[in-house]
Design a protein around this ligand. Structure first.
Ligand code: PMP
Length: 432
């Protein structure tokens, strides 16, 4: 079938509204025609710098030539067998390489799935099978997915949870530390101790799941000391520690896994998104004895660890080594933070600039007052940036955080171009 060539965004939006349920939200009224590294072109030929990266999926950029070549080569061999039916080597090699990368001086094994939510679901299943306990502790402002179990773990009602309950039982919520808004590490640990007193005994808790930097929650960085104290608490009570690195992983924060920077070795880590540069695959890597708890047949999925995605993920690992992208992530982070701090000095609405490596965000508040989150200005800033040729994304419990997830492969010139648009858009939205 020949595709229409004279497409425009407004007409496509109208077709989308008629054909696709409104529950699939949208942040931009833009339909992409082509993407190349950190740039995209829409169906009307307009060019944009991409600071969203498909929500943390494109650390290696749009269509990295090495990924495209690896997937094309795989397409010529076989595209699907279902790993449980006919196994293939790229799945095993990818598991070996991720096992070698994950922190912890112990034997590891890796399971592949398709989506981030599915990785989290499986990590919880494995934790329950290993510990023979049922309860799970997650944190305020956490995001772990949209399936029913992971929605139970996710800590944001609107827009994710409205009308979808009841959620699975035995999920308890502790406070994520947030020094900026008055939640200390002590407060956070005390909130877990309180769960043990009020809600469930520690000996029935299978796992604590934590994002080393909260993604959807607002790029809140878990201090190293907090992760170390979580590790100690888990060890004290025989609870498994799961790091959800679906957004932080694959080098976004300057190390392959963000948790490495705390010196903590979790019992399991979930990953997805940038691990295969846009091809759907997710993973759970963990202690071999923990990963082996479910009996044969207890884990898997028809598309889990698809051959094309394994080929793409192996290419991503090679690209990181060849292009030294971990160092680039740290350097890019410094560039972003320095520029955003300059903007904060002249724009009172920026109440905070924060991040880890190249996972960087600004928090927008009315008059710079942390108690008055400015979701409206955040929305207007994203819309203004789109008009000026920059794809920006917001996040945060109060919808007042702008997050930057530009490909690590972007040149300094492109990054500076995007930052200049943020600067100009900030002035424009405040002049209104
Ligand atoms: N965990 C985290 C930390 C995430 O950021 C996300 C996606 N934003 C998920 C889980 C869910 O991943 P998916 O959308 O692929 O199911």
């Amino acid at each position: 079938m020949k595709r229409e060539t004279n497409l425009n965004n407004a007409a496509l939006m109208a077709r989308r509204h008629a054909a696709v349920p409104r529950g699939v939200g949208y942040s931009h009224e833009v339909f992409i025609a082509r993407g190349e590294n950190a740039e995209v072109w829409d169906v009307e030929g307009k060019r944009y710098v991409d600071f969203a990266g498909g929500i943390a999926v494109l650390n290696t950029g749009h269509r990295h030539p090495a990924i495209i070549a690896a997937v094309k080569a795989q397409l010529d061999l076989y595209t699907h067998t279902c790993f449980q039916v006919l196994a293939y080597e790229p799945y095993v090699e990818l598991a070996e390489r991720i096992n070698a990368k994950a922190p912890g001086d112990f034997a590891k094994k890796t399971l592949f799935l398709t989506t981030g939510s599915e990785a989290v679901e499986n990590a919880i299943k494995i934790a329950r099978a290993y510990t023979k306990r049922s309860a799970v502790i997650a944190f305020t402002s956490a995001y772990h997915g949209r399936t029913l179990l992971t929605l139970g773990l996710t800590g944001k009602i609107t827009p994710y949870k409205n009308g979808f309950g009841p959620f699975p039982e035995e999920i308890f919520r502790a406070k994520f530390p947030d020094a900026l808004h008055g939640v200390s590490i002590d407060d956070s640990i005390a909130s877990i101790e309180l769960i043990f007193k009020n809600d469930v005994e520690a000996s029935r808790v299978a796992a604590i799941i934590v994002e080393p930097v909260q993604g959807e929650g607002g790029f809140n960085v878990a201090p190293a000391e907090f992760l170390q104290r979580l590790r100690a608490l888990c060890d004290q009570h025989g609870i498994l520690l799961i790091a959800d690195e679906i957004q932080t992983g694959a080098g976004r924060t300057g190390t392959w896994f963000a948790v490495e920077q705390s010196g903590v070795a979790p019992d399991m880590i979930t990953m997805a998104k940038s691990m295969a540069g846009g091809f759907p695959i997710s993973a759970v890597v963990g202690r071999a004895e923990v990963m082996d708890a479910p009996a044969p047949g207890g884990l898997g999925g028809t598309y889990a660890g698809s051959p094309m995605s394994c080929a793409a993920a192996l290419a991503v690992l090679d690209i990181f080594e060849k292009e030294n992208l971990l160092a680039r992530s740290r350097q890019l982070g410094e560039r972003l933070i320095a520029s955003l701090k300059t903007m904060a000095a002249k724009n009172k609405c920026i109440a905070d600039v924060r991040g880890l490596g190249a996972m960087v965000a600004i928090e927008l508040c009315k008059g710079g007052d942390l108690h008055q989150p400015d979701a409206d200005m955040t929305k207007r800033l994203c819309a203004e940036a789109t008009k000026r040729g920059l794809i920006l994304l917001s996040c945060g419990t109060y919808g007042n955080v702008i997050r930057i997830l530009v490909p690590l492969t972007a040149s300094d010139a492109i990054v500076d171009e995007g930052l200049a648009i943020i600067d100009a858009a900030l002035t424009a939205v405040q002049a209104v």
